[in-house]
Design a protein around this ligand. Structure first.
Ligand code: PEP
Length: 253
């Protein structure tokens, strides 16, 4: 990885069946272009199978959540150590669906990010405002508050992060943020990074997520401080995901 190699991570969410997972992972692995870092963040039950399909290939394995605990009596939770044992490189933390459905606070998201790094994983920390917050002019305040606990973890940890800006109103809705809207928020995140960890701020990759499609990817990836994408729906189709990866590779050149 270099600072200007873009990262495109697929978030399969709770989609898939065993045969579909194998076929999709194999197709993505076979078609992944050079010049981009690609990853698939898959449901826990498919980690072993998708990990096998990706072995020695150009696409990294990722998960969609982890516990902030090391191990113990935490029924239903999955530890970072377990993810590392299955070959995961990335783990999404603080996705808006988890913040909303599981009441994950930003402090807990930061604890999860720290746990991921302690286990040798790269956390993809998601932040984003709701439509009501955007319309109320609160976007940058909301992002800043969501980031504050994770940026307080110190420069060494911040250097290990990927941050994904995912406006809640754009996730799964078909409504992508405009390039100008994404660039404004990414610029604010970069500014916050420079404030707390100037020596590593420019190397932290900032992904945009929210209804990215092959048609919208080139414009977004050309935007200042947009270092790749977190891709939901379009990651469930190999041709679409690979087209987005090619757009990211082209934008990095
Ligand atoms: C996501 O869930 O992280 C996401 C970006 O989803 P979608 O691309 O479907 O909006």
């Amino acid at each position: 990885m270099t600072a200007n190699t873009k990262l495109v991570a697929g978030n399969w969410k709770m989609h898939g069946r065993r045969d579909m997972a194998a076929a999709l992972a194999q197709a993505v692995c076979a078609g992944a272009p050079a010049g981009v870092d690609a990853a698939l963040c898959v449901p826990f039950p498919y980690l072993a199978q998708v990990g096998d399909a990706l072995t020695n290939g150009p696409v990294a394995l990722g998960a969609q959540d982890l516990s902030e605990q090391d191990e113990g009596a935490y029924t239903g939770e999955v530890s970072g150590g377990m993810l590392a044992e299955f070959g995961c490189r990335y783990v999404i933390v603080g996705h808006s669906e988890r913040r909303a459905r599981h009441a994950e606070s930003s402090a807990r998201v930061a604890a999860k990010a720290a746990r991921a790094v302690a286990c040798g994983l790269t956390p993809i920390v998601c932040v984003g405002e709701t439509l009501q917050e955007r319309e109320g002019g609160q976007t940058l305040d909301v992002i800043s508050a969501q980031l504050e606990p994770v940026l307080s973890l110190g420069a060494d940890l911040v250097a290990q992060l990927v941050i994904a800006y995912e406006p809640v109103w754009a996730i799964g809705t078909g409504r992508t943020a405009s390039v100008a809207q994404a660039v404004e928020v990414h610029g604010a995140i970069r500014h916050a990074l420079r404030g707390c960890a100037p020596e590593v701020a420019d190397a932290v990759r900032l992904l945009y997520g929210g209804s990215v499609k092959p048609e919208t990817a080139p414009g977004l990836f050309a935007g200042e401080d947009i270092d790749g994408g977190l891709i939901g729906g379009a990651a469930l189709d190999a041709a679409s995901f690979l087209a987005i990866c090619r757009a990211a590779a082209a934008a990095a050149r």
